[in-house]
Design a protein around this ligand. Structure first.
Ligand code: CA
Length: 311
């Protein structure tokens, strides 16, 4: 060994050292050596910068196979001034997410939810395609979503967190990818997107923050109690349509009137995004629904705080 060392010129050793330093410098796309970016994570530079600042992973997979990405704190333009046939004007205003957080990249799937409720069925409808293991879970109440989140060591995102994440850094755009409607990017109403009902998660491109199906596939419960916009607009959802699209009978209308009157007394929670069941698929969409209600068009995804001891 001594002989070998004597035969290697010191200049060569110095060059080798410089080469090693150069290789280390090329690794800058990773937040830190301790937290490499997983190959599956489609994250933006601002997410990586936020992760590096806090010394935490920009993305990780938990032991239930759920994938999460870091969503940066910050102020953004929430809402949309456009008129909509469903929910009316959406109040546009600045909103702030004060702490970075992690958001699940997909909706919670049937397979994930059935680790908690083994016999969960989304719909007892023979011709509906909702039960696949990699389809989003649906037909869960807000309370059931919260119970699952607690079991998984997580929580639901707030409405402000959800919308900041859905926009993926775009400012004032209607959809997570921009302003132009594109059925190849979202599972919405009808078969143009290749799916009559829900689709397996991750079938459509992610947004700039690496999040899938934010505004399509299934609508998503968030943490907040429902309240109308500050300008009084917004909507409380009243499911006044039959599955086959036919006009409801007077008896059915009267039954729903009674339910609405009863439900007006119940706590309502906020639902965000659109679904395969409706035409509105924009980032600003919101409505209120009694927290004990369930729908074949509503699921959820999980959020996690950034661990305080690492910040
Ligand atoms: Ca969704």
């Amino acid at each position: 060994m001594d002989g070998l060392m004597k035969r290697v010129p010191i200049a060569v050793l110095l060059l080798a050292l410089l080469a090693l330093l150069g290789m280390a410098a090329c690794g800058n796309e990773e937040p830190t050596a301790a937290h490499p970016v997983p190959s599956w994570a489609k994250v933006a530079p601002e997410q990586i910068a936020e992760a590096r600042e806090h010394g935490v992973p920009v993305a990780f997979e938990n032991d239930l196979g759920m994938r999460f990405v870091l969503i940066p704190a910050g102020t953004f333009l929430m809402g949309q001034p456009r008129m909509s046939s469903f929910a009316g004007k959406r109040y546009q205003h600045e909103a702030t997410v004060s702490e970075p957080f992690y958001l699940q990249t997909t909706e919670v799937t049937n397979a994930q939810y059935r680790r908690f409720v083994a016999d969960h069925i989304c719909a007892e409808l023979d011709d509906y395609d909702l039960e696949g293991a990699d389809h989003p879970v649906c037909t869960v109440t807000w309370n059931e979503a919260v119970a699952f989140a607690t079991w998984a060591g997580a929580r639901l995102p707030t409405e402000v967190e959800w919308e900041r994440a859905a926009r993926g850094g775009l400012v004032g755009k209607e959809y997570p990818w921009g302003d132009a409607w594109d059925p190849s990017r979202v599972n919405g109403l009808g078969p143009d997107d290749g799916h009559e009902q829900s689709a397996p998660v991750e079938q459509f491109p992610p947004n700039a923050y690496g999040l899938y199906d934010m505004t399509g596939n299934v609508e998503e419960w968030v943490l907040d109690r429902w309240k109308p916009h500050e300008d009084g607009s917004g909507s409380v959802f009243s499911e006044r349509m039959s599955l086959d699209g036919k006009t409801l009978s007077p008896e059915e209308t009267a039954r729903l009137d009674r339910i609405d009157a009863e439900e007006a007394q119940l706590p309502h929670r906020t639902v965000k995004g659109g679904s395969w069941f409706g035409p509105n698929l924009d980032c600003a969409r919101r409505f209120g629904l009694a927290e004990i209600r369930r729908s074949i068009a509503i699921g959820f995804r999980l959020a996690l705080p950034v661990p305080k001891k690492s910040r």
